[in-house]
Design a protein around this ligand. Structure first.
Ligand code: COA
Length: 194
């Protein structure tokens, strides 16, 4: 009669197990180097310094709207960052604005920035793709953003001009329009999501 006996070699001492663990570790290290970590988790207070370092020069250059430290702190839950080894390489905020005049759910992207040392490597694209997928999963039907200088980059990625932001009554709710400084002459860009 045949017998089935328990294997007496402990599973962990099997050479194949060691090989598998080693290969998994190598793959994880390569993935970490090649693909920075994209995160939409609520950012913590420690992340604030990295964000400030990234956005302050852009605010000073008039590319991003200036935000106080307290404003940035209050926006942490809406911020997505792309990070590697705790260094913030790119960031953006995404906030739901509610329904537009046609009843479409709208969210606004803002403070979209890639660290100067990491530009031109597709990080902006990765961040935008992540945010678009995140928006769709939350039922958002169109993304909007206000810009004064970076329109081309967003137009090449499917955003269409919708005129001066402070006049966009069909798209932006009144409480959002009231916070826009008409003197900046920010233009509104819209992308319909599938
Ligand atoms: C715009 C920005 C987010 C792009 O990020 P990025 O990681 O460099 O973008 P990608 O690598 O995905 O794309 C790079 C391409 O965009 C082009 N590009 C960069 N800035 C651009 C701009 N302002 N307008 C048009 N194209 C631009 C580059 O020339 C490059 O083109 P190429 O691929 O033909 O060489 C980044 O340049 C940035 O942070 N700029 C300053 C902040 C800013 O303007 N934010 C937008 C506020 S509304």
């Amino acid at each position: 009669m045949g017998r089935v006996t328990a294997c007496e070699v402990p599973v962990t001492s099997c050479p194949l197990t060691y090989l598998f663990a080693f290969l998994t570790m190598i793959i994880l290290i390569i993935l970490t180097i090649l693909f920075p970590y994209l995160s939409s988790k609520q950012k913590s207070f420690q992340d604030l310094e990295g964000l400030i370092e990234l956005v302050r020069p852009l605010e000073a250059a008039g590319i991003l709207v200036a935000r106080s430290r307290d404003q940035l702190l209050s926006e942490l839950p809406y911020i997505t960052v792309l990070e590697r080894e705790s260094k913030i390489l790119a960031c953006a905020t995404m906030r739901n604005l509610g329904a537009d005049a046609a009843g479409k759910e709208v969210a606004e992207l803002a403070a979209f920035a890639v660290h100067p040392g990491y530009r031109g490597g597709g990080k902006g694209d990765s961040l935008l793709e992540f945010l678009e997928r995140d928006a769709v999963s939350k039922g958002v039907e169109s993304l909007v953003l206000l810009t004064t200088r970076t329109a081309d980059w967003f137009q090449q990625r499917g955003f269409s001009p919708a005129g001066p932001a402070h006049e966009a009554v069909e798209i932006l709710p009144e409480q959002r329009r009231l916070r826009i400084d008409p003197a900046r002459n920010s233009q509104l860009y819209v992308k319909l999501l599938k």
